[in-house]
Design a protein around this ligand. Structure first.
Ligand code: SF4
Length: 312
């Protein structure tokens, strides 16, 4: 607490009840000022309690496309399995801030069996393991899921922020287990180059060295990374680490995250500026995940349809 005196002034009791506050110490170890981009995304903010007219209860339409508890299918070739609602760290901008007090954060055994049976029989080509954070479950459970799906689903994707927020989770046993079960693609989630600490870089390197393909998904966040210098530095560092900067997401409109939203026209301008600064292997696609459950489209296309203006 002595290193972060401003923590003592935070009144987060009500905000913690709405969406838990959880921050691994190592994640904020190097942050020395309250405006550090890492702290801005993890410390609760009184603005979270303010409703905005364009909030969505289901910002990316998951509930509209969920034929089974904890499962989502938006595309014929893909199924999404939400293995848990738990994360090592809770990002205040998260689009899945749907933690109801008292409800279970994990599937029941019956839900678990139904989820795996549904996915294995889906005929999908890719299974996306997400959450919450799929690395918040044990190796035993994670590997069990992959092994159960593998005979019928050739490609597994792990969408996890753990290598960034809690790199200690990337143990030799995890790396070995994922490499042995390839192709398993790991999609991490870093928003700012300051998140790429030596420990995080080591975790990413060990995954890549083991032959596990690693991509990054960032979220464009007001006051955090809505700056072309920051975005370029993030891309350059990721490419150096052999991590492809796959997506830059336009922020989804979950209740409580309005203060992180960026005007989409400004986002497009930032993305064009980034394109002028970086090579093709450093340029993420700038996309929005639509609330009607139809999936992601480029933000430029969204604006051209006239939808973007209506939502901002
Ligand atoms: S790690 Fe992902 S799912 Fe978890 S709080 Fe952050 S954005 Fe949400």
């Amino acid at each position: 607490m002595r290193r972060w005196p401003w923590l003592a002034n935070l009144d987060w009791e009500g905000l913690d009840a709405a969406f838990p506050v959880r921050i691994p110490r190592a994640y904020v170890e190097g942050a020395t000022a309250p405006d550090d981009p890492r702290l801005l995304t993890v410390l609760p903010d009184a603005r979270e309690a303010l409703p905005a007219p364009d909030d969505h209860a289901d910002p990316v339409g998951d509930a509209l496309k969920s034929p089974v508890a904890w499962g989502v299918r938006k595309h014929a070739d893909r199924v999404l399995l939400l293995l848990t609602k738990r994360c090592h760290l809770y990002c205040r901008y998260c689009f899945r801030r749907n933690h109801e007090p008292g409800e279970s954060q994990d599937p029941t055994p019956a839900e678990w069996d139904a989820l795996l049976a549904w996915a294995a029989g889906s005929g999908a080509r890719e299974a996306i393991l997400s959450g919450g954070d799929p690395l918040a479950v044990t190796d035993e459970r994670l590997f069990g899921v992959i092994d159960a799906l593998r005979p019928s689903i050739p490609v597994i994707r792990l969408h996890t922020r753990a290598p960034i927020t809690y790199p200690q989770r990337v143990t030799p046993a995890l790396v070995e287990g994922l490499a042995a079960r390839g192709p398993v693609w790991v999609l991490v989630h870093a928003n700012h180059p300051r998140e790429l600490t030596p420990e995080v870089e080591d975790a990413l390197r060990r995954l890549v060295d083991a032959g596990v393909p690693v991509l990054n998904q960032a979220v464009l966040l007001a006051g955090v990374n809505d700056d072309v210098d920051v975005l370029a530095a993030l891309s350059e560092r990721l490419v150096s680490l052999r991590v492809f900067p796959y997506y830059l997401h336009h922020p989804d409109h979950a209740a409580g995250n309005a203060h992180f939203r960026v005007d989409p026209a400004r986002g497009v301008a930032l993305h064009r500026a980034l394109r002028a600064r970086t090579s093709g292997i450093g340029l993420p696609a700038y996309v929005v995940d639509l609330p009607d459950g139809s999936g992601k489209i480029p933000v430029e296309e969204w604006l051209a349809r006239g939808d973007g203006d209506a939502k901002e």
